[in-house]
Design a protein around this ligand. Structure first.
Ligand code: 0RQ
Length: 509
C-alpha cells in the first residue's frame, strides 16, 4: 500500500534506505530536511552512516558536507557524527556527538544566520548542492510534495540539488496537508520584489513543494516519529524571568509603545523561552500573534487557550504530550498555524515590517550589552546562532534572557567583556535575568553598564563588576583608554581565563 505516493511513475522509484544511501557519493554536499527535531529524514542518514562506517574501516575516508534547516536528531546528526561521516556541517546544530567533534577539531562547522542559508546557496557562495534528502508527508498525483512538520530550506534544496531523494513518512499526519505556505518569489538581486506580507497570517505562496520529477532518483517509505523531547517544567528562575518580561510588556502598553495585543512574538529554543510563553498564557494580554521560527509547546498552549490567534513558523517542535494534542485537533491548529520556508519565517524585511518582539536565550552578556549565544568560554561551540541574529537585529524590540549564573554559580552570565560576540550592543535592547530586567534603549555605554550590573547581575558578582567598572573609568581618566566604553584590556577576559584554570570566575578566597 503506497497510498502516500499518488504519482504512479514515482512509485517505481521506491527502494530501500540502503539502496538510496548508496546514491550519495564521498565528498558530496548533501542538503537534508530537518529543523529543531522536526521532519528530518530518519532512515537514509542511518543507512548512510552504516555505509560510511564500513567504508572507513579501510584506508579510504568517506564523508559528506551536510546542510540542513537547523538541528535534527540522533538518527541524523548523531548517527553521522558517530562514524565521522561529516567533513562539514551547517547551519545550527545541537547534537552532543557533533558538538564534541567540532570542538575537537575533527570536523568543520559553519555557523550561518538561518535566513542566509538558502540565498547563499542560490548565490553560489557555498558551492554545488549535489543531493537533497527530504522528508515529506506525501506525493500528489501530479508530483507536488506535501511538506512535513518543518519546511526549513527544503524548497531551496529541491530546487538547487542535482539529485533528489525523498523519504515519504506515513507516520506524519496526512492532515498536515494545507498547513504550509511556500513562497516562490525570492529572486536573486537585482530582480527582487517586496515580499507581499503584512500580517503573520497572510498566505503568499503555494501549499505544496515543487520538484523537477526528473531529478528524483529514489523514494524511501518510512513510518517513524519525529524527535519529540520533553521540556522541563518551568523552574523558579525562568518563572521570574517571565514575570519581568510581563511587567515590561504591561509598561510598554501603558506608555503607548506597544498595542494592547502586543506585536508578533518570536520565541527562541529551550526551556526558558517556553517558560516565558507559559507566563504570557497566564497573563492579561489577548489576541496575540506569533512570528517565530520554532513553534514549541508554549505557543501551542497559547493557541489552544485562545490567547494567541495566529502563528507563523518554519517548524513544529513539541513534547510528546503537545504533539498528541496537536494531532488530536489538527483541523483547529491548521487554521491558526502557517509553516513557511526559513528564509521567509526569518526574513529581515518581514521582521522589521511586522515589528516582531524577539526573545532569545543567551550564554552571557557583558556590562555594555554585547551578547554571546554560541561559544562557551569563547572557544567551544554550544549550538549556533540559529535565527537569533535574524530576529535581534531587525526586531521592534530585541530581548535576551538567561539565568544570572551558570554551572552551580561558578560562572557569572554577566561579565566584563563577552568572550565571543554574536549580537553586538547595537542589536540588544533588553537583557533579562531572574534578578531583573535592564532596558538599554537610548542609553550610552557607561549607563548601560550601571543598569545591567544593578538589575541583572547576581548579587555575588555585583561588587566585582562594579569594582571593574570603577577601575576601568579611573584608568581611562588617567589617560589609559577612552571614557566612552571604559575597559581594562588586560583584565577584560580574566574571568573566563580564571574559570578555565580554576573552575570558577571569581578568585578563590
Ligand atoms: O549547560 O546543558 O551542560 O547544563 O549552557 O543553558 O540555561 O539551559 O539555557 O537551554 O535556554 O540555552 C544560548 C544555548 C541557551 C540557546 C542557549 C550552559 C548551561 C547549560 C544551556 P548544560 P540553559 P537554554 C531560535 C533562536 C542560540 C540560538 C538561538 C541557544 C547550557 O538559547 O542555542 O537563540 N541559542 N536561536 O549550564 C558556560 C555560560 C553559560 C553556560 C549557560 N555563560 N558559560 N556555559 N551555560 N550559560 C531557534 C533556532 O535558531 C533554531
Amino acid at each position: 500500500n503506497h497510498s502516500r505516493i499518488q504519482h504512479p511513475l514515482l512509485r517505481q522509484k521506491i527502494m530501500s534506505a540502503e539502496a538510496a544511501a548508496a546514491l550519495i557519493q564521498n565528498g558530496d554536499h548533501v542538503g537534508m530536511s530537518g529543523f529543531t527535531g522536526a521532519a528530518y529524514p530518519k532512515l537514509i542518514p542511518q543507512a548512510l552512516a552504516k555505509r560510511i562506517e564500513q567504508a572507513n574501516q579501510g584506508s579510504n575516508t568517506f564523508s559528506i558536507g551536510l546542510w540542513t534547516g537547523a538541528s535534527t536528531a540522533p538518527e541524523l546528526d548523531g548517527a553521522l557524527a558517530k562514524v565521522g561521516g561529516m567533513n562539514m556541517r551547517l547551519p545550527y546544530q545541537s547534537d552532543p556527538t557533533c558538538r564534541a567533534r567540532i570542538n575537537a577539531g575533527l570536523m568543520d562547522y559553519v555557523d550561518l544566520h538561518l535566513s542566509h542559508v538558502a540565498q547563499f546557496v542560490w548565490f553560489g557562495f557555498l558551492g554545488k548542492l549535489n543531493v537533497a534528502v527530504i522528508e515529506v508527508a506525501g506525493i500528489l498525483p501530479d508530483g507536488r510534495l506535501i511538506p512535513s512538520t518543518s519546511v526549513g530550506n527544503n524548497k531551496t534544496w529541491l530546487d538547487q540539488a542535482d539529485k533528489v531523494i525523498l523519504e515519504v513518512n506515513s507516520h506524519q499526519s496526512a492532515a498536515l496537508e494545507g498547513m504550509h505556505d511556500i513562497y516562490y518569489g525570492t529572486e536573486r538581486p537585482p530582480y527582487r520584489k517586496p515580499i507581499p506580507m503584512e500580517h503573520t497570517g497572510d498566505r503568499i505562496g503555494d501549499t505544496y513543494l515543487r520538484v523537477d520529477l526528473n531529478k528524483i532518483v529514489a523514494i524511501v517509505e518510512t513510518d517513524c516519529p519525529d524527535r519529540n523531547t520533553e521540556f522541563t517544567a518551568p523552574d523558579e528562575q525562568s518563572e521570574r524571568i517571565a514575570e519581568h518580561i510581563l511587567t515590561f510588556f504591561a509598561q510598554e502598553v501603558a506608555l503607548g509603545r506597544m498595542p494592547p495585543n502586543l506585536l508578533p512574538l518570536q520565541s527562541g529554543v529551550g526551556n526558558i523561552a517556553n517558560a516565558v510563553l507559559a507566563g504570557l498564557n497566564r497573563g492579561p494580554f489577548e489576541n496575540l500573534s506569533g512570528f517565530t521560527e520554532v513553534l514549541q509547546d508554549g505557543m501551542l498552549d497559547m493557541i489552544k487557550s485562545g490567547k494567541m490567534s495566529m502563528a507563523s513558523a518554519t517548524a513544529l517542535s513539541f513534547s510528546p504530550a503537545a504533539n498528541q494534542e496537536f494531532l488530536d485537533h489538527l483541523d483547529f491548529y491548521k487554521e491558526r498555524i502557517i509553516l513557511r520556508p526559513q528564509e521567509i519565517s526569518n526574513h529581515p524585511e518581514l521582521i522589521r515590517r511586522l515589528g516582531v518582539i524577539a526573545m532569545n536565550g543567551m550564554l552571557e552578556a557583558d556590562i555594555y550589552g554585547n551578547v554571546n549565544s554560541t561559544h562557551v568560554m569563547g572557544t567551544r561551540i554550544m549550538n549556533g546562532i540559529g535565527g537569533s541574529g535574524d530576529f535581534a537585529r531587525n526586531a521592534y524590540v530585541s530581548m535576551f534572557m538567561t539565568p544570572s549564573t551558570a554551572k552551580g554559580g561558578t560562572i557569572s552570565c554577566i561579565v566584563p567583556m563577552v568572550s565571543h560576540v554574536d549580537h553586538t550592543e547595537h542589536d540588544v535592547q533588553i537583557i533579562v535575568t531572574e534578578q531583573g530586567l535592564a532596558d538599554l534603549r537610548g542609553l550610552a555605554p557607561r549607563h548601560r553598564a550601571e543598569l545591567i550590573i544593578q538589575r541583572c547581575a547576581h548579587p555575588d558578582y555585583r561588587p566585582a563588576l562594579l569594582d571593574y567598572v570603577q577601575r576601568a573609568q579611573d584608568s581611562a581618566k588617567a589617560g589609559h583608554g577612552g571614557m566612552h566604553t571604559p575597559h581594562i584590556l588586560d583584565e577584560a577576559l580574566s574571568w573566563h581565563s580564571r574559570y578555565e584554570r580554576e573552575g570558577q570566575m571569581l578568585p578563590k578566597l
